[in-house]
Design a protein around this ligand. Structure first.
Ligand code: ADP
Length: 166
């Protein structure tokens, strides 16, 4: 089982699939979503327009276009509203559904940003724990040898999670 913790910009990674923290429209936004659309080019938005959006907790896949990755898996994290609106369950589903799609596409390397931990306000340490635990459980249960990275944008956060989990 292989989970890596990386620091940097997810759009630069040479992996089979990167995961996007999208919104339900799938038509682009700020944060990592904006970075991914800018780096992929307008063909990504054109494909996203054909998908009819995506419910919270679910995931849809597109091509990577100008990105170095082959696929972008778009998942919609929950907006944090105190923790009693199924946020943890929905965030868990984001990771699980994204990994199911990655496996279906035959990906052996996948990278996730910290879904919901930016504009959507999920407390970062909890968001990291959900990511780490869910990915670990998925790989173990499926006996998968997929190599999954969690990409932390902020260097101080990266140092913290690396020292706790690395
Ligand atoms: P959400 O709306 O799901 O909260 P955001 O894009 O606002 O999504 O933030 C999710 C996480 O992605 C945050 O931790 C943010 O720091 C991080 N992030 C932003 N840009 C990038 C990038 N280019 N690569 C990796 N992570 C990024």
């Amino acid at each position: 089982m292989s989970i890596k913790i990386l620091q940097g910009d997810i759009t630069k990674l040479n992996v089979d699939a990167i995961v996007n923290a999208a919104n339900r429209s799938l038509l682009g936004g700020g944060g990592v979503d904006g970075c991914i659309h800018r780096a992929a080019g307008k063909e990504l938005l054109a494909e996203c327009r054909t998908l009819g959006g995506c419910p919270t907790g679910e995931a849809k896949v597109t091509g990577g276009y100008k990105l170095p990755c082959r696929y972008v898996i778009h998942t919609v994290g929950p907006v944090w509203s105190g923790g009693d609106r199924d946020e943890e369950k929905l965030l868990t589903s984001c990771y699980e559904n994204s990994l199911v799609l990655a496996a279906e596409k035959g990906c052996s390397t996948v990278a996730f940003p910290l879904i919901s931990a930016g504009v959507y306000g999920y407390p970062k340490d909890d968001a990291f724990r959900v990511a780490y635990d869910t990915i670990g459980r998925f790989l173990e249960e499926k006996g998968s040898d997929m190599e999954v990275s969690i990409v932390i944008f902020d260097r101080a956060d990266y140092e913290k999670y690396k020292s706790i989990y690395g």
